[in-house]
Design a protein around this ligand. Structure first.
Ligand code: SAM
Length: 272
């Protein structure tokens, strides 16, 4: 008993090293196998002892899968929001199977999601846009007395870069985005509106941060330590790193600007 508990504990610890999306698949599969095995055992006991059959309506089975997956996501130490995703996923699949949707629509949804969330699987930084109040705050933050070189690392649809490029025609404003769909949208928008902001498709890890006076990041908690390592190594004295919402663990910011309404805090590090 003790040995099997230890094996289970070791398994749970090993799974924590997986990327969250891979772990989510493991959780659903483990829940499915556990459910099938348990129901077969119950079925056998009922058949042998009471000569009774086990008939469970399909929706109840779906609900059991959802609840078992939710329990496994807790056991495997996934972040709390994953429990709700695991609960809703089997129910959503079941509901969609009752709704006559053409295969082409699923394919289109898949292609759009893939090009929007492209490498989120690896980077764990999904797309969500910042708000106009943030663009205004960042425009006020950057040095006003000289032209600057600014880059938005993970520029999404390009709003922040285009806003700053408009307010600071003397400066060079760039955005780099790893996901193809937001990048192409930002590129086309900049062309249509004759914005001077330049949008590149790629990974910000490939940039040399020494080429910029201001680096703006709206990423995710998991990206912050790597970002700081790179910024600390490459950014020149006097330049500034701005992060919306996410702090760098263990590195005190030089300045914090409180959020407004739905807009989160801005953290600013002045490189010494
Ligand atoms: C939270 S969104 C921020 C969008 C935009 N900066 C804004 O303020 O509206 C983060 C973006 O970073 C992109 N991203 C994540 N990792 C990246 C990387 N290594 N290089 C470039 N872009 C990345 C994501 O695809 C996503 O579009």
């Amino acid at each position: 008993m003790l040995a099997s508990n230890q094996t289970l504990f070791k398994m749970c610890r090993a799974t924590r090293r997986l990327a969250p999306a891979t772990l989510a698949v493991v959780v659903q599969c483990t829940a499915f196998i556990t459910l099938i095995l348990s129901l077969n055992v119950i079925h056998l006991i009922l058949a042998l002892s009471f000569k009774a059959d086990l008939t469970i309506p399909i929706f109840v089975l779906v609900l059991m899968q959802a609840l078992t997956a939710m329990a496994f996501s807790y056991l495997f130490g996934m972040a709390s929001w994953w429990r709700w995703i695991h609960l809703c996923f089997p129910i959503a699949v079941w509901a969609m199977s009752h709704w006559p949707v053409q295969n082409e629509i699923y394919l289109a949804g898949f292609v759009v999601s893939l090009s929007l969330f492209w490498t989120t699987f690896r980077t764990q930084v999904p797309f969500f846009p910042s708000r106009p109040i943030v663009w205004q705050q960042v425009a006020k933050l950057i040095p006003q007395d000289r032209p600057v070189r600014l880059v938005d690392i993970g520029s999404g649809l390009g709003d922040l870069s285009m806003h700053i490029a408009k307010r600071r025609p003397d400066s060079h404003v760039e955005g780099i985005e790893i996901a193809p769909l937001p990048w192409i949208i930002s590129y086309v928008r900049a062309k249509i509106s004759s914005s001077s902001a330049v949008f590149k498709l790629g990974d910000y890890q490939a940039l040399n941060f020494a080429n910029y006076d201001v680096i703006f990041a709206y990423l995710s908690p998991v990206a912050m330590l790597n970002l700081w390592e790179k910024a600390h190594k490459e950014m020149l004295p006097g330049s500034i790193l701005v992060s919306l919402e996410f702090e760098i663990p263990g590195v005190t910011p030089s300045l914090c600007i409180a959020g407004h309404g739905l807009s989160p805090i801005l953290y600013i590090w002045k490189i010494a």
